[in-house]
Design a protein around this ligand. Structure first.
Ligand code: PMP
Length: 454
């Protein structure tokens, strides 16, 4: 092992880390990762970890160290690295075709670089459609409490996690929040909770005026907002309401897309028929930057047959949306998921993770709720099971730190979001084995005992 202390020093001096606090620069050494293979990672001190959060933010779906992706990207870059604008390139065409094969009912792929950008593009489509087809009406966009859609001003305007957005306003108008659907944090005392939570969306639509609302954006399973799987009946009713009021459904698959829930896309678990789907992280598993805004032919057609006015144009050009590395990595990423049966593995390993977490719930009264779909699972920690008062944020972070000490990297959903950051979050690469899953939940078991003493 080489001495990498100069790298750690450089990182400490010059890198402004994401999700960081100033005091971290003054105290602890940064963790600098050097190498990865499968689910394993090694840092600059040579310490080995089992990564249960796929690169920190649920991205590396097919695992680290995939030479076939690296080689495909290398070969493509030597042949043609780039051409952007109105022209196409080979991997962009082939990946779009392959992607659409997995998304019956959808037809067109617009490329950009990040989840935020893919969502911005979807919002801009809605605004253009409002201007072209609705006389400027139907321009507002609904978003849901606890959902998250990105880092830009537009996507923060649609952030259902206000603490993330509060420092960056003022925001553009026209983004309207609807209630979350987490049954464990009940807002209505009814039997058919899913339908009730969906009806709450219609109440907002009626309040705002259906002729002002163009679209709703939703995560199929809310990720960073607390691993929220939808209650039964929810999605069906949401769709009915949207169809009734001619509201486009935008599904944010930035986390769930490309296998995370055990199907190609999260929306396919719930029989949703979206008009626009956005995706990013798992599309190329972090081997290259790529995101997509995928639409139905009907949405695409709304931009056709226009007179030669500005609205007939898609005036956007995204520099790296013309990159060849993203789609070529995405093609190979998809081949791996298919050839290695990773959707099936994800379903099986997800069930095992939930079973293990449910067993831990028997033992640790601090676990109030366990939920998840595929390899995106969470355990919500509470101070008291009866009152469901959220566990103290510091203790939740202590559990994460204890696991880290044991060499297992787990997550907790959204730091410093009151009452939201109390859910431990597991999202290992889709290649996880039974052994990996058991190691991860064993680490949590020990950490809960160490931190809570029970
Ligand atoms: N949507 C969701 C559901 C996300 O979790 C994220 C990122 N955490 C984004 C959008 C934004 O993606 P990006 O960071 O690539 O801009």
């Amino acid at each position: 092992q080489n001495d990498l202390s100069h790298v750690v020093a450089a990182d400490r001096e010059h890198v402004w880390h994401h999700l960081s606090q100033h005091k971290q620069y003054e105290t602890a050494d940064p963790r600098v990762f050097v190498e990865g293979r499968g689910l394993k990672l090694w840092d600059a001190n040579g310490k080995e970890y089992l990564d249960a959060v796929s690169g920190g933010v649920w991205t590396v779906n097919v695992g680290y160290g995939r030479e076939s992706i690296a080689n495909a990207v290398r070969d493509q870059l030597i042949k043609l690295n780039y051409y952007a604008g109105a022209a196409g390139n080979v991997p962009a065409a082939l990946f779009a075709q392959k992607l659409i094969e997995k998304m019956p009912g959808l037809a067109r792929v617009y490329y950009s670089n990040s989840g935020s950008e893919a969502n911005e593009k979807a919002f801009k489509m809605v605004r253009q459609i409002a201007a072209r087809h609705h006389n400027g009406k139907k321009w507002k966009i609904l978003y849901r409490e606890r959902d998250y859609h990105g880092t830009t001003i537009g996507t923060l305007a649609s952030s259902g996690q206000p603490q993330r957005a509060e420092q960056y306003g003022p925001y553009p108008d026209g983004f309207i929040m609807v209630p979350h659907c987490l049954e464990y944090r009940k807002q209505w005392d009814v039997e058919k909770y899913g339908e009730r939570a969906a009806d709450a969306i219609e109440e907002v639509i009626r309040r705002e005026g259906p002729d002002t609302i163009g679209a709703i954006i939703l995560e199929p399973v809310t990720a960073g907002g607390g691993v929220i799987t939808p209650p039964e009946g929810y999605w069906q009713r949401v769709q009915e309401i949207c169809r009734k009021h001619e509201i486009l459904i935008i599904i944010d698959e930035v986390v769930c897309g490309l296998g995370r829930t055990g199907s190609w896309f999260g929306y396919q678990q719930y029989d949703i028929k979206p008009d626009i789907v956005t995706m990013a992280k798992g599309v190329a598993s972090g081997y290259a930057a790529i995101s997509c805004t995928v639409t139905t032919e009907r949405v695409f057609e709304m931009f056709k047959d226009a007179p030669q006015d500005s609205m007939s144009y898609f005036r956007d050009i995204s520099t790296f949306g013309g990159c060849t590395a993203g789609p070529v990595a995405a093609l190979e990423n998809m081949r791996i998921i298919e050839d290695e049966g990773l959707l099936e593995n994800t379903t099986r390993m997800g069930e095992r993770t939930l079973a293990n977490l449910n067993a831990l719930m028997e033992k640790h009264s601090v676990i109030g709720d366990v939920r998840g779909k595929g390899l995106f699972c969470g355990a919500e920690l509470v101070a008291d099971r009866q009152s469901r008062e959220p566990a103290d944020e510091k203790l939740v972070q202590a559990v994460v730190a204890d696991c880290l000490g044991q060499g297992v990297i787990i997550g907790a959903t959204n730091r410093s979001l009151n009452g939201l950051n109390n859910t431990l979050c597991l999202s290992p690469a889709l290649v996880a084995t039974s052994n990996d899953v058991d190691r991860i939940t064993d680490a949590i078991d020990r950490a809960l005992t160490n931190v809570f003493g029970c």
